[in-house]
Structure formats: C-alpha cells, structure tokens
Ligand binder design. Structure first.
Ligand SMILES: [Zn+2]
Length: 83
C-alpha cells in the first residue's frame, strides 16, 4: 500500500497508508456522499455537453467539407473560365 498524499502544514507527509479507492488515508480523504440525483444530473449535463461539442464539430466540418470538395472533386475553376 502507498502512503497518504496529504502534506501537513509543517511540510511533512502523512505517514498513514492509503485507502484502496483514493490516494489519501482514512483521516484525510474527503468522501463526497453518494447522491443518485447529482449523478443523474451530471450524466445529463455530460450528454448535453457532448451534443454541443458534436454540433460545434459539425458546424466547423461542413465548410471544410465543401472547400475540400470544391478543391479536389469539382472541375478546375480556371479551366472552366478558359473554355
Ligand atoms: Zn493521511
């Protein structure tokens, strides 16, 4: 087991061993009480943020797609003008 990561004000590290799920000992870990409501809330927020991220990605990708299509798939603009 690893040592607790808590540093005292004196500068010394805590000598207790860590609890399994955290890097802190029993005395120094700040356990946040499990709240199902908050968990569900964060899931919805995560989904919402992912949706926004996807939307932004699409907004930036659409012009890029058209630019690339015009550059490589369309007939050359200069040649078209000459003919
Ligand atoms: Zn500790």
């Amino acid at each position: 087991m690893a040592r607790c990561l808590h540093i005292f004000d004196s500068g010394f590290q805590c000598i207790s061993e860590t609890m399994e799920p955290t890097d802190l000992c029993e005395a120094h870990q700040k356990v946040v009480a499990f709240q199902p409501d908050r968990l569900e809330d964060s899931i919805w927020r995560k989904a919402f943020l992912r949706f926004i991220a996807l939307l932004l990605l699409l907004i930036f990708l659409i012009p890029l797609f058209y630019t690339l299509r015009d550059l490589y798939l369309g007939p050359p603009v200069k040649a078209q003008e000459v003919w």
